[in-house]
Design a binder for this molecule. Structure first.
Ligand SMILES: C[S@@+](CC[C@H](N)C(=O)[O-])C[C@H]1O[C@@H](n2cnc3c(N)ncnc32)[C@H](O)[C@@H]1O
Length: 334
């Protein structure tokens, strides 16, 4: 069965999960009994041949997904038989994984910053490196009153920040309406939907009215994890990481050494009468100098630094445009 082509459609439910065949669960074909141990060993071999590192761990995780059981339960009872009715589902998931469909996409969700996010083929799978951006944002003092997240995808950045800032408002944009539907579902699941508004469109353009109406006062920050892989090197990336073939290409690639959208966004921010206090952008380490120089050229007095992720790679460009004026303290009687 071929994996569904990436094509924007109104059907937001078209996740990989929904591609699991209707006959999954039926027992109308002959098979020899198979224990969990055998299933894992056989799958690990197939996954290894498909080029996956950690093929045993992958096979275990895949079996947990196929059986909807805890990994611990599977590992403590490897002698259990894989129920016949689950064999078609198991075979189907294994086939998709050997075709390098990401495990998170098969599961339909992914953990990010200790929260669970629904994802599908219209959204990027949130990456652990992006948690660095959250950690840097959370150090900003005083706490911002609002966050604007550009290219929100499944909403993981905006939602994680709003969970930590219970009094803040959020505004999130994405060019993909299908991704925004997923983000809205996630916002509801994490009970921030009343404080987080979504806008479809490119970069800051859909927020024109928010900016004009003065909804964003002066204590706000801008976050973005926009596509930053160099579109000229797409073949190289896909060869080395075939999982990328199953994620939306417009969530991954950009022109101008991957920086085109960031250049545009920063130019737009420079036009604002009421700019953010800080801008946090996720980048690729080799882009550091180019984007830093560009930002410093626009804001010569800004404090600009590049922060590393847990692997020690430069990952987040932080642009501090200004410190907010001292908060007015309530008058005290003498
Ligand atoms: C790298 S993904 C990041 C998604 C999410 N922020 C995360 O960290 O997992 C980039 C996102 O930017 C969106 N995007 C691409 N071009 C855009 C544009 N011109 N304006 C707004 N969003 C855009 C894509 O649809 C995608 O959801």
């Amino acid at each position: 069965m071929s994996f569904p082509r990436r094509r924007e459609s109104a059907d937001n439910k078209s996740s990989v999960k929904s591609q699991i065949p209707a006959y999954a669960g039926m027992t109308d074909y002959k098979h020899t009994p198979m224990t969990y141990r055998q299933a894992i060993a056989e799958a690990a071999q197939k996954l290894k041949t498909a080029g996956l590192a950690n093929s045993v761990l992958e096979a275990q995780a895949l079996l947990a997904l196929a059986t909807r059981r805890d990994l611990a339960a599977i590992l403590t009872h490897p002698e259990c038989e894989l129920p016949a009715k689950l064999r078609p589902r198991w075979n189907f998931l294994l086939k998709l994984r050997t075709r390098r469909v990401p495990l998170a996409l098969l599961a339909g969700h992914k953990e990010f910053f200790a929260l669970d996010f629904q994802i599908n083929r219209w959204t990027l799978v949130p990456r652990p490196a992006t948690e660095t951006l959250i950690e840097i944002a959370l150090k900003i003092r005083p706490t911002p009153a609002a966050v604007v997240d550009i290219g929100t995808g499944c909403g993981c950045i905006a939602i994680s920040l709003l969970k930590k800032w219970p009094h803040a408002a959020g505004y999130a944009t994405d060019i993909s309406k299908n991704a925004l539907k997923v983000a809205q579902t996630n916002a509801r699941a994490h009970q921030v939907s009343k404080r987080l508004k979504f806008f479809a469109g490119s970069l800051l353009a859909p927020l024109k009215n928010v900016v004009k109406n003065g909804d964003l006062k002066n204590n706000w920050i801008l976050t973005a994890n926009l596509p930053y892989l160099n579109s000229l090197e797409r073949d190289y990336y896909e060869k080395n990481c075939p999982e990328l073939l199953h994620e939306p290409s417009r969530a991954l690639y950009a022109k101008k050494n991957g920086l085109q959208l960031y250049f545009r966004l920063l130019r737009q921010v420079a036009q604002l009468k009421n700019p953010p206090r800080a801008i946090l952008l996720e980048i690729s380490p080799e882009q550091t100098r180019e984007i830093k120089n560009f930002s410093q050229h626009i804001w010569p007095r800004a404090v600009i630094s590049c922060q590393p992720d847990l692997a020690g790679q430069a990952r987040v460009l932080e642009i501090i445009l200004y410190k907010p004026k001292k908060l007015a303290l309530p008058e005290t009687r003498k």
